[in-house]
Design a protein around this ligand. Structure first.
Ligand code: NAD
Length: 281
């Protein structure tokens, strides 16, 4: 199937970067959010990414302006007219995603595909709330989505081969490396990442060690390019908490989030996006 116009639904941390990535390939894309302030923030962020490319001579000003013109920032459902594939990137809560999947199912042409950028939730479950379960799949980008090459492509129980082929081709067209993975809680990367993240968060709590001290030890030992606490702040502590809770329910206590993480989320300290998390920004 030919993808001629894309919608990215949810203009947060991931949605904005995914939208930028699509626009740089010259594909028309609508970035939709219900929150106008998020759309304004996303537009500023995307403009900064283009400015950065121009500033480092990786793109001409004219090309950057041209590519920016491929994006429609909108809170209006009418702007999804003509969309042939929608990428859902809203809050990692199953009820919120179910509502968005129902809305997209009612709004888009019956031929259109709906894919989810969920970190861990069931693609088969989301497919079931639509009348087109064969046209639903997972398309899981990694943070920061404009830089990270890997995309996990997940088939739900009813995804058709044509749907998966289209998603794999689209990922390649936007210069990503798609890997088809089996549907299971957390898929592959988050299952591994979140197990180690849960362990390091509990270690901090049990031994009362500063986040910066653990991050420094891990980066100096070259175990990872950035420390787990800095990474958690960048990903969004609410996302990390939701995923950890879901994986705990699905796979057991080894994914249990620390009390400190739970308390920070309850207090609205979500990391970089709110200016305060394990670090202050
Ligand atoms: N943050 C990461 O590092 C990361 C990495 C990979 C995948 N993901 C997944 O991507 C998704 C989005 O995560 P994020 O970090 O960008 O979240 P975020 O909190 O930064 O953004 C979520 C956005 O969804 C919007 N939204 C909520 N309800 C909506 C609705 N009904 N219609 C339209 N927009 C709505 C919110 O206004 C917000 O702008 C989640 O499923 C998450 O698990 C996140």
């Amino acid at each position: 199937m030919y993808v001629k116009k894309i919608a990215v639904v949810g203009a947060g941390t991931m949605g904005a970067d995914i939208c930028y990535t699509i626009a740089t390939r010259g594909i028309p894309v609508v970035l939709r959010d219900v929150d106008e302030a998020q759309l304004t923030r996303a537009k500023k962020h995307i403009q900064e990414l283009f400015d950065g490319r121009v500033g480092t001579n990786k793109m001409t000003l004219a090309d950057a302006q041209d590519r920016m013109g491929f994006i429609t920032f909108s809170s209006r459902l009418e702007d999804l007219d003509g969309v042939t594939l929608a990428i859902e990137a809203v809050t990692e809560q199953i009820r919120v995603k179910e509502a968005v999947f129902r809305e997209l199912d009612q709004t888009l042409s019956s031929m259109a595909l709906i894919v989810s950028n969920t970190s861990a939730l069931s693609i088969s479950h989301l497919a079931e709330v639509t009348g087109r379960p064969d046209r639903v799949a997972g398309m899981h980008f990694f943070y920061p989505a404009h830089m990270m090459k890997l995309v996990e492509v997940i088939a739900g129980d009813q995804s058709s081969d044509e749907t998966i082929d289209t998603v794999m081709r689209l990922a390649e067209e936007i210069r990503k490396i798609p890997v088809r993975v089996k549907e299971c809680p957390g898929f592959v990367v988050n299952r591994v990442l979140m197990a180690s993240m849960a362990e390091v968060l509990r270690f901090k709590e049990e031994h009362d060690i500063a986040a910066a001290e653990i991050d420094q030890a891990i980066t100096e030992a070259k175990i990872a390019p950035m420390g787990p606490f800095f990474l958690a702040d960048a990903l969004g502590l609410d996302v990390a908490y939701e995923v950890a809770q879901y994986l705990t329910q699905a796979l057991g206590a080894r994914f249990r989030p620390s009390d400190e993480l739970k308390n920070m989320v309850a207090e609205g300290h979500l990391g970089m996006k709110t200016g305060h998390g394990f670090y202050s920004y």
